[in-house]
Design a protein around this ligand. Sequence first.
Ligand code: UDX
Ligand code: UDX
Ligand code: ADP
Length: 463
Amino acid sequence: MQIQKVSCFGAGYVGGPTMAVMASKCPKQTFVVYDINEQQINKWNTKQYPIYEENLNEYINKTIDKNLIFTNDIDLALKDCDIVFLAVNTPSKSYGLGAESQLDISYIDSCLQTIKKYPLTRKLILVEKSTVPIKTCDYINAVLKNLNICVLSNPEFLAEGTAIQDLLYPDRVIIGGPLESSQQLASLYEQWVPKDKIIFTNIYSAELSKIVANSFLAQRVSSINSISIICDKIGADVNEISQCIGSDSRIGNKFLKTSVGFGGSCFKKDLLCLIYMCESLQLDEVAQYWRQVYILNEYQKQRFINLIITSMFNCLRNKVIVILGVTFKAKTNDTRESAALMIIKKLQEEQAILRIYDPQGKIDNVEQCQSLDGIFQGASAIVIITEWEEFSKIDYVQAFNQMAKPSYCFDGRNLLSGDLMKSIGYLYYGLGRQYWPIFTEQDDTKTFWNKKSINFTQYTIIY
Ligand code: UDX
Ligand code: UDX
Ligand code: ADP
């Protein structure tokens, strides 16, 4: 069977860019992106894209109204369709058994109910694109029993901010499920992905591989963050350690940047899904191993907040604090699970006056500045949460001159040169780079010298 028409349920972060790139690479096929949310579809159709991704416009412009359609019309999506991708959201369950841990597949379920009601006239290949709990394929088969369908798992590994590049040049494409249908799906990818990058697996392996990949990546971040904490105590430099260990080809140099904690819609929920699965299988030691990755991430965020509050002498009330970045990483407008959410909440509890700026991201119910103009005037502290390039280009001398004294800078991304910031006069804190006062259990009060702002500061850290 030659694939002619492909549909995708869900016009979000995954569905939109994935279908746009597929449509541009597979000109002989038609791609229909279907969503229940009318506003979402209108945004795609009026070029006010609901997501920010570099070069996304280019791929939409190339294909829209040629072989790419965004619609709320289910008939347009399912009529004579050969392949349906399921790319709807699968957040952590917020209720009932497995709340906050297990993935909520109710949106997948509602897609299945829609498909079940539709009078299919030909075989349909149903592809799990969203991250789903292991064995969701069995559930889909049970719900759609007696229909002429075949379920495959083809998890998406694109990262936000680099979605288009990741889709154009994937490290691998994983297709799990019965071979004949897998090969039909592969015939789409083969139009731009080298054949040796397409891996065929059994369907459970494909489902699990997505959750494991994200958990491994989260583990890398927690591992390096744990080392940054040691560095803060002993005066080693975590960036140097990343370089030293990353040049071992067995370890590799990616995902070794220390940070104020990983965020985003995937790491936490996939990690918690893995932990939940281990617990369900009564694999307590394994669950504990992975849980520690999550705990360390929460600890890193908490530690950063404590540093801000304690180094400002627990007296933030009515002080102006500039927050640079609310997205969970640069080059995206996504703020889901961003460390900014927790940090902003805690600083509000301290009754600080926040001036928040992000070039793309917006947090609900919080006032944000539209630009950096005047943002530093009278501020006591700068808190860097996202590694936007724009933040490394700020004139920090000018900012320092406008700020209240002492002027603090808490750099949650090691974005700036600590030595430079200190030479300007800031009380600067990076992560794991000797910029935290070193203290011991016996001596948790440290004094240190600052040349320009104030002469002598007493520092107490409370964990
Ligand atoms: C290790 C380090 O690799 C080396 O850089 C350091 O200088 C000394 O310690 P070694 O102990 O000789 O070297 O062996 P290595 O190849 O690293 O394996 C260590 C253990 O891990 C072995 O028992 C090996 O079987 C096991 N291993 C390794 C696995 O179980 N799985 C793997 O994928 C790799
Ligand atoms: C991730 C996976 O990378 C992707 O393959 C999967 O499909 C979805 O989840 P994403 O969440 O978009 O992608 O972002 P990613 O670049 O992986 O970063 C996740 C978080 O880890 C961010 O908060 C980032 O700042 C943080 N991170 C990443 C670090 O703190 N240090 C690093 O070295 C790398
Ligand atoms: P992801 O990051 O997985 O792409 P998003 O939340 O960005 O998730 O997008 C998921 C999209 O799926 C949303 O636009 C949502 O409206 C859509 N959606 C949810 N349920 C259904 C459904 N039953 N049918 C079609 N689309 C759906």
